[in-house]
Design a binder for this molecule. Structure first.
Ligand SMILES: Nc1ncnc2c1ncn2[C@@H]1O[C@H](COP(=O)(O)OP(=O)(O)OP(=O)(O)O)[C@@H](O)[C@H]1O
Ligand SMILES: [Mg+2]
Length: 357
């Protein structure tokens, strides 16, 4: 059982402010992901929670206990937190059992307790039959699970995972996602997960905290953040997006660089910026809101990935695979945006500041 409360946390290295005014609470049993581009401050936030880094200002609580802030600083080993580091390290000279047992060994637990705990956690990560092996006799995914088992063995109520799947191949990543999720549900622990992989974040999280340059841009469920991004950065970071600027007037938006308009029932007037998901554009040969020319199409099995010329611009469309056989480059085609997100052209001032700072 653990909640994490972050109050006004800022972190600077010298003049470089890498986290600005973090004010967030992670709920007990929640799976939250800190997502954002490289260098945005994800690892720094995780290290502050773990106690490997002190915040420059602000306070951090685990449950009701102040662990960092003012004159208080509780060291990592007293926080009951499990952590898997970005460059996960299992010790090559120790077998799996000893690697996993390590946190309990240094706590000087008795042998019988250690054996019981290690066996239990190895079973959870499906490594029971590998206890005697050394890391160089394991695959990358198995070593990854050793690191995870080691983080779990002291039964932390809070588990911090920093890009724990980054070194794995695509298939293994996908299956490990489910395993981690299963472990979390089974043990009922709070997980703070760090990644820059948006699919991973979407697949695992209860809530995603999307960060850019040390500032939280949006906090929301995967579905909410994908469908209702708070600003252009969020729309762009999660999923594919086509941005088109235009002029909203009289129930229509006239698109820049085209002489065409789409219907619009919202209440914005004047300059706007549309964000459209390419998979939410209908592509047809006979009718639609916008007329264009098919420039190229790529058959990817599950989808037909197309580029369509509309006026002076090219719009990406992810169409169903069967459209591939129905059209060819050079054909006149029609597009209909089934959904679009309409932003003020530069974002509201607040949103703009979030992007620019
Ligand atoms: N000990 C340090 N001293 C000085 N600068 C640091 C230190 N640790 C991190 N930084 C800087 O803080 C910023 C955030 O780093 P951080 O490691 O938190 O990013 P990240 O979001 O985890 O990125 P990545 O996805 O590449 O792992 C970077 O600009 C980094 O150079
Ligand atoms: Mg990092």
């Amino acid at each position: 059982m653990a909640t994490v409360t972050i109050k006004h946390v800022t972190k600077a290295f010298g003049d470089n402010v890498v986290l600005k005014e973090f004010n967030e609470t992670f709920q007990d049993g929640e799976f939250v992901t800190l997502l954002g581009p490289s260098g945005c401050g994800k690892t720094t936030m995780l290290r502050i929670i773990a106690g490997f880094e002190k915040p420059t200002t602000g306070e951090l609580y685990i449950d009701d206990r102040l662990v960092s802030g003012g004159k208080t600083f509780i060291p990592p080993e007293k926080r009951n937190v499990g952590m898997v580091f970005q460059s996960y390290a299992v010790w090559p000279h120790m077998n799996v059992f000893d690697n996993v047992a390590y946190p309990l060994t240094i706590q000087k637990e008795n042998k019988a307790t250690i054996k019981k705990s290690v066996e239990r956690v190895l079973e959870i990560v499906h490594l029971s039959q590998y206890a005697e092996r050394f890391p160089n006799q394991l695959s990358g995914g198995q070593q990854q699970r050793v690191a995870l088992a080691r983080a779990l063995v002291a039964e932390p109520s809070l588990l911090l995972l920093d890009e724990p799947l980054s070194n794995l191949d695509a298939k293994l990543r996908e299956s490990m996602r489910f395993e981690i999720k299963e472990i979390q549900t089974k043990l009922g622990i709070t997980v703070v997960y760090v990644t820059h992989d948006q699919t991973e974040a979407m697949a695992m999280s209860d809530r995603i905290f999307l960060i850019n340059r040390g500032v939280v841009q949006q906090v929301a469920s995967p579905e909410e953040i994908y469908n209702h991004p708070a600003n252009q950065f969020v729309a762009d970071f999660l999923g594919k997006v086509v941005f088109v600027r235009g002029e909203a007037r009289d129930g229509r938006i006239l698109l820049d660089d085209t002489d065409q308009a789409i219907p619009y029932s919202g209440d914005k007037q004047g300059r706007v910026e549309l964000a459209i998901r390419p998979e939410r554009i209908t592509l047809r040969l006979d009718a639609g809101d916008l007329k264009g020319t098919l420039e190229s199409q790529y058959y990817l099995g599950d989808v037909n990935d197309c580029r369509v010329r509309v006026g002076q611009r090219t719009v990406r469309v992810i169409a169903p695979p069967e459209t591939y056989a129905q059209m060819k480059p050079g054909d006149s085609v029609y597009l209909t945006f089934r959904e679009q997100i309409v932003f003020d052209e530069d974002g509201s001032l607040d949103e703009k500041l979030k992007i620019m700072t």
